[in-house]
Design a protein around this ligand. Structure first.
Ligand code: NAP
Length: 267
């Protein structure tokens, strides 16, 4: 039997992190060798202990964790600022990052790509690990060939820090590859309340909804003369993201560059 892939998870008490801890702990080919949290008190210890079958060390310092545990992969599910630093640290230590944290800038992604290539190791950054969401993006990209008028409405829980969502930005980027560039709506349109028409990406509009009760949802609305087309995906819980995390951990082991977006590793 092959050696299990040794994994460290950053953000283990978070909503995504908890699911990732369960996934790794229950996958025979994976081994959870440590978690990185920003605190390490009795409450954190008992919260983590309730999630894993065997005891696992909690680190507050990522470098110390890498030096002691020598992991193959870091799964990061934290915040944009922290996730960026974690990813950079992992690449520097030759640990392959699988990053679900959203909100990285283009410049940060470029820099991390350069670092992955310099180190010749894989790195996967996926704004959305749900397979259905990837299909929604791909179908939207296809539809954009025939519908140049499009509005993206993304809806998330009210604790989300970044807007628009990484998925919405990624969808807009993919649509832009196929869509005839144009501005939308009436040329003289005026916003009575600032922001009413949402964010503008290449003339397309992106609207962000934040409400308690929601998890992660997006609809892409296309319109042309006499018809509309709606492509919608809903994640009802965080378990919906875990098949994508598993696939990414398996795939990152054989990459030697940074891949941004799960769509590039799906058959
Ligand atoms: P969350 O519940 O707020 O969890 C974030 C966790 O990160 C918290 O436990 C937080 O600790 C911890 N954290 C913050 N700074 C840290 C540090 N310096 N070191 C270690 N841990 C730190 O958020 P979530 O809903 O799980 O989302 C996490 C990230 O994943 C977000 O960026 C979100 O947008 C993204 N996300 C991605 C996908 C996807 O499919 N790719 C899906 C859903 C969400 P405290 O509790 O102490 O603050």
């Amino acid at each position: 039997m092959k050696n299990p892939i040794k994994i460290v998870i950053a953000g283990p008490r978070g909503r995504m992190g908890r699911e990732a801890v369960k996934l790794v702990d229950h996958t025979a080919e994976f081994q959870l060798v440590g978690v990185v949290d920003r605190k390490q008190d009795d409450q954190v210890l008992s919260e983590i202990a309730s999630l894993v079958r065997d005891s696992v060390h909690i680190y507050t310092n990522m470098e110390e964790c890498f030096q002691k545990e020598n992991p193959d992969v870091l799964i990061d599910l934290t915040t944009p600022e922290t996730g960026y630093i974690h990813t950079k640290t992992a690449l520097t230590y030759g640990v392959r990052p699988v990053v679900g944290t959203t909100g990285f800038t283009k410049e940060q992604l470029e820099e991390l790509k350069g670092l992955a290539e310099e180190k010749e190791i894989g790195c996967i950054i996926a704004p959305n690990f749900a397979i259905g969401a990837i299909l929604m993006m791909k179908f939207s990209q296809q539809a954009a060939k025939y519908f140049a008028n499009v509005e993206i409405i993304e809806m998330h829980h009210d604790q989300k820090l970044d807007a628009p969502s990484g998925t919405a930005v990624k969808t807009a980027e993919m649509i832009a590859e196929n869509r005839r560039k144009q501005s939308q709506g009436h040329p003289d349109e005026k916003e009575i309340i600032q922001g009413a028409r949402g964010a503008d990406y290449d003339g397309m509009h992106i609207h962000s909804v934040r409400l308690p009760g929601l998890v992660a949802h997006q609809q892409v609305l296309f319109g042309s003369e006499g018809q509309t087309l709606t492509i919608r995906h809903d994640s009802y819980n965080r378990a919906s993201f875990m098949s994508g995390v598993k696939l990414s951990v398996e795939t990152v082991m054989s990459l030697s560059t940074l891949v941004y977006g799960l769509e590039h590793i799906l058959e």
